[in-house]
Design a protein around this ligand. Structure first.
Ligand code: SAM
Length: 233
């Protein structure tokens, strides 16, 4: 899979993809990440990529021409890229969206800045607008990082054990079960007895119950959304 990130701050990403699963995915050639410097597509010698807002008002928005050109420069022959504009007004990113993105060959993430991006980018260039939550960031770069991380760990072959990601939070609309490691007792705090029993069937049952209990307690909305999907297992 290839992810192109269009940004005015490519240096912000300088080492962030050199660690953990993203690094592993890149090393195994399962993921290629390209940083595209928006200023390279500016048309004047000052490399201007933003301008004042028509109709007045404070702040600047990113101009359409450099963004259209930057996206066009990312095209690879015979492959339609999926173009995503990062925006607090977009569809909320979640694990389901991460799964969908992980099945694509080529994603282009456009990072806005300032007061945002000329509306024509959303209307005529982007395939969809995505938000990472109901808050306003100063730029799309951190949203692009979040999406790249969530997507890359779902690529087949990135996570070592085939089914490890299947039991994680939000898979099957449930949260993950609690995990413990050694020591079995630490400052009087004990690991649940069942996990030390060696009885895999009972441990599995306990984990499933814990997933359900936690979800009911913390995120009952997930159980509403996922009605039925848990039974498909
Ligand atoms: N004026 C815009 C509004 O009120 O909707 C906010 C612009 S924000 C300061 C600048 C850029 O940060 C946006 O164009 C977008 O790319 C990015 N951004 C901010 N919040 C985001 C979020 N929750 N999810 C994704 N991108 C976000």
């Amino acid at each position: 899979m290839r992810i192109d990130i269009i940004t005015i701050f490519p240096d912000l990403f300088s080492r962030v993809f050199d660690f953990g699963m993203i690094q592993q995915a890149r090393e195994r050639h399962l993921l290629e990440i390209k940083l595209v410097d928006l200023r390279q597509f500016a048309e004047d010698k000052h490399r201007t990529v933003d301008d004042r807002i028509y109709g007045g008002g404070s702040g600047m928005v990113l101009k359409p021409e450099p963004i259209f050109k930057a996206v066009e420069s990312c095209a690879s022959p015979g492959q339609k890229a999926h173009v995503v504009l990062l925006s607090p007004q977009g569809t909320r990113f979640d694990q389901e969206k991460a799964k969908q993105f992980s099945l694509r060959d080529h994603l282009i993430l456009i990072c806005g800045r300032y007061e945002g991006v000329d509306q024509r980018v959303a209307d005529f260039l982007a395939d969809e607008e995505i938000s990472i939550g109901d808050f306003v960031l100063s730029g799309g770069e951190f949203a692009a990082l979040v999406i790249t991380d969530a997507v890359s760990r779902l690529l087949p072959g990135v996570v070592g054990k085939g089914d490890a990601v299947l039991e994680e939070s939000f898979m099957e609309d449930l949260l993950d079960y609690p995990s413990y490691t050694r020591p079995a007792e630490f400052r009087g705090m004990k690991v649940p007895e069942i996990l030390l029993s060696g009885n895999h069937e009972q441990i599995q049952r306990w984990r499933e119950e814990e997933r359900l209990r936690r979800t009911q307690e913390r995120r009952p909305d997930l159980l509403e959304i996922g009605k039925g999907s848990r039974t498909k297992k």
